[in-house]
Structures are given as C-alpha cells and as structure tokens.
Design a protein around this ligand. Sequence first.
Ligand code: C2E
Ligand code: CA
Ligand code: CA
Length: 663
Amino acid sequence: MTAQAAAPVISNLDTVPVPIVIADATGAILSVNEAASRVIGVPLPGEKLEQRFLLDAVDQLRAFEPGSGHHVVGATVVADGRPRPVRLDVNASGDGVIVAFRFIDEEIRRAGRLRSVEGTLRQLAASVPVGILSSEQGMRADFVNERCCNVFGTHAEELLGFGWLDFLDRADVEAAEIGLAQVIEELREVRLALRLHRPDGSVRHVELCAAPVADNGRDVGFVASIQDVTSAHETNQLLEQQAHSDPLTGLPNRSVLAEVTAEVAARCESALLFVDLDNFKFVNDSLGHGSGDVLLCVIADRLRSCTRGEDTVVRFGGDEFVVVIGDELGSDAVRAIADRILSEVAEPVQLGDIETRITASVGIVSVPAAVTTEQVDELLRDADIAMYESKRLGKNRMTFFDGRMRDGLQERLELDAALRRALSAESDEISVSYQPIVDLPTSRVVGVEALLRWRHPERGPIPPDQFIPVAEETGLIGQLGRLVLRRALAAVASMREIPGREDLYVSVNMSANDLSAADLVEAVRQALLTESLPGSALRLELTESAAMADADQATRVLTELKDLGVAISIDDFGTGYSSLSYLQLLPVDMIKIDRSFVADLASSRVLVEAIAALARAWNMPVVAEGVETIDQADFLNTMGVEFAQGYLYSPAVPVDELRKLLS
Ligand code: C2E
Ligand code: CA
Ligand code: CA
C-alpha cells in the first residue's frame, strides 16, 4: 500500500458484507473494503472522511478520542447520488479509526410506521367509548385514554404508573393483582369486576377486560378496556332484590331463608317461627282477594313491628310467614316473641267498612349453631309440623317442635292417603251409622244422629275421633261431609216411610270447615230437594268452637239454614270455651250436653242442672249424650232434660238395623 496509489481496498475485509472504512487520526481515509467501495466509491489518496461522508455528526466524530473504544453516531452518506441515513460504528484502532456503517433508511421507515400506528391507536383509543388502560410491562400503566380518566374521575397523571391501583376498592385490590398476574404470566385474557372510589367520593362498578401484550415475549404488559357498569350493576341488584322479595308485602321471600338461617346459625343458636294464619282462605273467599291482600299486608307490618331489627320476617307463601330470630335467645324469650305475634295478629283489622279478626298458629323450632343451608329445609319442615300441631290443638296458639310430632305427622299422612283412597274408590270402607235420639220420658225415638264409620281393609274400624281431625286438616272433610249429608237424608227419607215415623229427623255433624264452605246452604237445599224432604227432617250439629271460630259467618250461615227449616244443635255443650251470652245470639234450636258430664253425673250435677235451667230459659230443648244406665236416664229426666242418646237405647247402627229398630 503506497501513498500515491488509490487508498487500497482492504482485501481481507472484503469478505465482510458490512461497509468498512479505515481512517487515520486526522480523518484521512486509509482504506475501504469492497462493500464500502460499492457504496461510496473508492476515495482518492488523502481524502478525508468528511469529504466522502456528509457527516452531520462530524463534530462528534472529531470529539472522538482515538484509542478510546467504541462510538456510534448517525450520519448521512451520499450514496448512489442521494443522501441516505447511516449509523456509523466507530472503533478506535491504533492511531486511527475503523468505521463500519449501516444504512438505516429501512429502520427509520419502520419506526415511522410504528409511530403512526401507535398514533392511530391512540387516536382510536381516544375516540372509542370505552376506557383503555395499557401497560408495557407488569401492572404499571403507561397509557390511559380520556374515557378511562372519566371512569376514574381523575386525570391521566393520577392513573399512570401504579396510581390507578390506588383508586380500587381495598377489597378488590387483591383480586385485581391476581387477575392481572394471570394475564401477564399465563398470557390469558381476564375479566374482572372491580369497584372504584372516585375522588368525588362516589363508588363506581367497573368491568375490566385485560389481554396480554408481549414485546417479543420479553416484557409482558396488558391492554385493558374499562367500562363503567354501575347502572347495569344497580339494575341487577334491583332485579336480584326483586327476585328475593315478595311484591305484595315487601318482605323477603322464601328464597332468602336458607342463607339467612345459616348466617344466624354461624353466629349462635337461635330459633325459627313458622306462622300460619287461621282460616285465611275463608276471609279471602268471602271478602274477596283485594281484601285478602290488604289483610296480608297488615299482618306483614305487624310481624315486622313485633320482631326486632336482627330478626328476619319472610313471607313464605300464601298466608304463611317465617320469622328467623337473629340472635341467641332462651326459650322464654322466644315464647315472648311468639306471644307478641299471636296477640298482635289477633288485633282487629279494618278492611274498608268491615272489621275482621284473624288469628295465627305458630310452630317453633330451635336452630342449632352451625346449621348448613341444606339443613334449613329440615328445620322448616319441623317448624311446619309444630305449626300443624297448633292448628290441631285449636289454632291461635304456639307449639314448640318435639321429635315425637314427626311420628304423629307420619300417622296423619298415612291416614290421609288411606282416606283419600277409600273415598275415591267408591269402596264400602266408609259408611254411615245411625244412633237413635229418644224422648227421655217415653223412650220414643224422635231422631237419629248420623255418625261416620270407616273400616280400613287392614287396620279394621278407625274411630272418627282419629280420622276426622286429619280430614279437617287436609280439607277432605268437605267431601266426607257431603257424603254423610246425602246418605243421611236418603236414610231418613226411607225411614219416614215407616208408619208412625213421618216426623223422624236426622242429625248430621258439621265441622268448622263445613261452615265456612261458600256453598253449604246451597248443598243442603239441593240434598233436601233430591229426597223431597222438608228442612225439618234435618238437624245440623256443630260444636261451640266451630260456631265461634267465626261467629259472624256462623250467624249468617245458620240463619240461612234456619230459613230452610233446618234446626241447629250445639254439640258437646259445656266443653267449649265460648261465652254463653255470645252463643245466645246464634240461631240455635237445641243443646247437646257432652257425654263426659253424663258419665260423671255425681260431680257434674250442678253444671248439668245449670245448663238445663239455662236452656229452659232460652226455650231450647236439651239432649243428653252418652246415656248408658237407667240411673243416668232417671236423673236427667228429673232435671228436666228432654231427650237422650246413648248405649242404653242403642249404639249407632247401620241403616238396615235402624229400619228394624224403628219398625
Ligand atoms: P259426637 O258428635 O259427640 O258423637 C257422639 C259420639 O258418642 C259417637 O262417637 C257415639 O258413638 C258416641 N256414643 C254414643 N252413645 C254413647 C254412650 O252411651 N257412651 C259412650 N261412651 N259413647 C257414646 P263416634 O261415633 O266415635 O264419633 C266421635 C265423634 O266423631 C263425634 O262425636 C263427632 O264429633 C265426630 N263425627 C262422627 N261422625 C261425623 C261426621 O259425619 N261429621 C263430622 N264432622 N264429625 C263426625
Ligand atoms: Ca254429634
Ligand atoms: Ca257430642
């Protein structure tokens, strides 16, 4: 290599595809390699770097201290007759420098494109109606759009970095961290429901959907859309609330019971009260559903008012309510609450211009600590059983659940099923027997009492005292009552054909349920018509308690029956609790002294005498039931009791036997 000759091409660098130029400390080009010569041509001897390169960064190159390593500068090279951007890689080499250069037009173009893509994205991000928050790495936000700021109710500066996390509800921060960790580490998309606290104090519900963004798999960040879903959330909550509340009374409905009970049980032992209104169906049917609704609302309010804030009152359905006691109370305190409920419910209710009264039957079960939601159904069943026990014992009372009641219930369920079968099959399991009622002084039969008989195919005869209460509970009594009425009238019609028996009457027992049936009077009229009988061929017996269950209704119905000529007897007189003066207001024709008094005349003598005297004063004949001995008959006769019924004369007998007896 000589000074005169053109700067030599460094042939051993020729194989290197990168353009390389070697210069001395003054910048004079010493040599170029093949690749460089192709770009900048072959320099003349002594030609300086800056003459070949249009060095924008020539000063930087000058400042470059020979022997001090490696330096990168940008420059512009005129190549192929046009300036092209290059990146110069300047390496110290002895006194001089080795400059490798690389055209970077393509890189610059690409970066420009990227910049414009990012610009477009940002523009897009600004215009979409969704908040956007993105991070290049981890949870650190490096971009938020305006909508995102609106959602947070603050400025971008507050949100960038980790700032946005400060706005999250503290209870949600962990969920956000876990969720975004999944995005970043598992490269999954994640949807999070979060609450934000805005600087203005309001709380917003947002939905954040985050997807991972990876830069060549190295730094992973995410881009998330953020939407304010507060109003949707509120609507949802409203719907949810509606799904869990009873629209009529506004009380929570049964769907909350399992949860509420388990919640209380997690804290302490408590109790659950099952409250069922007595004879509600009657009010509903007779006064109309509108009044029934008003009544339910009044009762709901009263239940709320006689429980405490920590208790929950639920409308279980129809006329059934459940009260979950909210804390630990002894059985006396629970009893006191139930007492308050019973007396509050029993207060008069004004429905338009009608004042009515309703009572409730309450079943109470204690809720052991740590009951699971699954066990709540069982508790409800037990409370229901106890409530039924209250009904059975005469309603308007409370009963604490006792495991033995379950057996009783089982028995009643079986009886009910068997009774239904017996009734539907038109089998001869069910029949009616007749017990004569005699005129005491003469022993002449004046009437007969129709008494139900049931012969179970396996169990044999089942006494009416056992199956009638069950039929009353389940409503089957309606069907049974009509059956007795039809058969009894058919029987008495045929007995009246026997000479001398033209005035015979049949006495049919009625339940409180029969009395509240809307079509009782019509059914009686029809049955009489079918047998072409006058009303006087029929008497209806009802107990004091049945008559008093709804005295107004009873008065109405009994008056209509009397108009048909049907007479009314008060059965089991003396065992009820009603006031005699009230009874006097009822259109009653006859009193039947309960057989328990007759059985023990020695001690009930005064009472029987009093009843007989009272009946005389009211001008009502008296029948003594259960007369078994001549002595009893004589004694009753001297006390002025006119009629008698009992084994002394005859037990209840089938219709064929009765015919023989009367002929
Ligand atoms: P009840 O109306 O007081 O009927 C009189 C009961 O006394 C009958 O019992 C009868 O067999 C019984 N008895 C009659 N004479 C004597 C006697 O000298 N000594 C004793 N110890 N008992 C006597 P039964 O037939 O078992 O009926 C029991 C109850 O079942 C009836 O009491 C009545 O309340 C009810 N019942 C019977 N048939 C019907 C019916 O068709 N409808 C309704 N709703 N209830 C009925
Ligand atoms: Ca009777
Ligand atoms: Ca009786």
